[in-house]
Design a protein around this ligand. Structure first.
Ligand code: NDP
Length: 295
């Protein structure tokens, strides 16, 4: 073995169950290869009752960080040493980072979303309509509020989850948001018409996710106007019906790959200090989803 040989990899990965269909490993390892990093991303199927052992194992093996997905995003918190600002507000962690030897929980879902939006516009002062009130919607709403949006309308079928998200935004996030930030709840009944002064419309429900690819949101498509920004969280397929409808209405569109790649890019930055090439990560995912690469 010569002096410059090193057979030890930096270790990262994901703890979730089920895990077999999670394509994140593909984009992360594509980024590692592209940037010549001797790092691995291991996709681990970790049952609920084994999460504590998995985290202790990651500590013992010197992992530099890991993602958590369903069902561990809340449960992982008690195994960590601290939380970042938005993860603390959301009460959910999807990315664990080692800082000064401590495991710190971050939430990069919403940060990845914001990064996608910022390519088209500054969120500051904007009005956003958000369909859904689950984990993705919470991450998006909290991070967009911290990024300066002025108003969020949460549109959800289930009233309890919708109101709980709006209460979180108004009671806990507002002090850290821009001065005049507010959030309101609208119960989702029939085809929702988006208010004409809306700047950003977001689908944060699973509607459109493979295999039900032609599912349509209960949305009055005619209420979408040119100039609005329409954002979908569905990464597979990226060209959902919502994306296609919004494009036809003249909206500027961001697909669900942007959020997925955006949160992965932030994780790589947190873990390695390298800002990876998003296009490499996006192409790796498109190869998996079997779609031609698009601009
Ligand atoms: P949750 O189960 O936590 O929440 C789902 C939300 O969607 C709920 O508010 C639910 O409302 C609503 N909903 C579900 N089905 C319908 C329907 N048929 N019509 C209207 N509303 C519906 O899921 P998540 O928030 O964790 O995930 C949502 C989607 O976001 C998933 O498809 C996931 O793949 C995607 N996602 C994408 C990411 C990315 O990086 N691109 C990251 C994270 C998630 P109700 O309370 O009324 O049932």
């Amino acid at each position: 073995m010569s002096a410059d040989q090193n057979f030890l990899s930096l270790l990262t990965g994901s703890f979730a169950t089920p895990a077999a269909e999670n394509p994140t490993v593909v984009m992360m390892e594509a980024a590692y290869r592209h940037h010549g990093l001797q790092a691995r991303y291991i996709n681990c199927d970790v049952p609920r009752e084994a999460l504590g052992d998995a985290v202790r194992g990651a500590r013992a093996m010197g992992w530099i960080g890991f993602n958590c997905s369903i069902p561990h995003k809340v449960a992982v918190i008690r195994h960590l040493d601290g939380l970042g600002q938005s993860a603390a507000l959301m009460g959910a962690v999807n990315c664990v980072v080692v800082r000064d030897g401590k495991l710190i929980g971050e939430n990069t879902d919403g940060k990845g979303f914001v990064a996608g939006v910022e390519r088209l516009t500054d969120p500051a002062g904007k009005r956003m309509v958000l369909f859904g009130a689950g984990g993705a919607a919470r991450a998006i709403a909290v991070e967009m509020a911290l990024a300066g949006v002025r108003h969020v309308t949460v549109v959800n079928r289930g009233e309890a989850d919708g109101r709980s998200l709006v209460d979180l935004l108004n009671d806990r996030v507002r002090p850290s948001a821009a001065g005049d930030f507010t959030a309101t709840f609208v119960r989702w009944e029939g085809d929702h018409a988006v208010a004409a002064d809306t700047d950003i419309v977001v689908n944060a429900t699973p509607v459109g996710l493979f295999p039900d690819v032609d599912a349509r949101l209960n949305l009055d498509v005619a209420s979408l106007r040119p100039g609005m920004i329409a954002v979908d969280v569905i990464p597979n397929p990226p060209r959902t019906r919502f994306v296609r409808d919004a494009e036809r209405r003249g909206c500027r569109v961001i697909d669900g790959l942007a959020m997925l790649v955006g949160q992965g890019r932030i994780a790589v930055r947190y873990w390695t200090g390298i800002d990876p090439d998003e296009e490499v990560m996006r192409r790796a995912l498109l190869d998996v989803f079997g779609e031609p690469a698009q601009a």
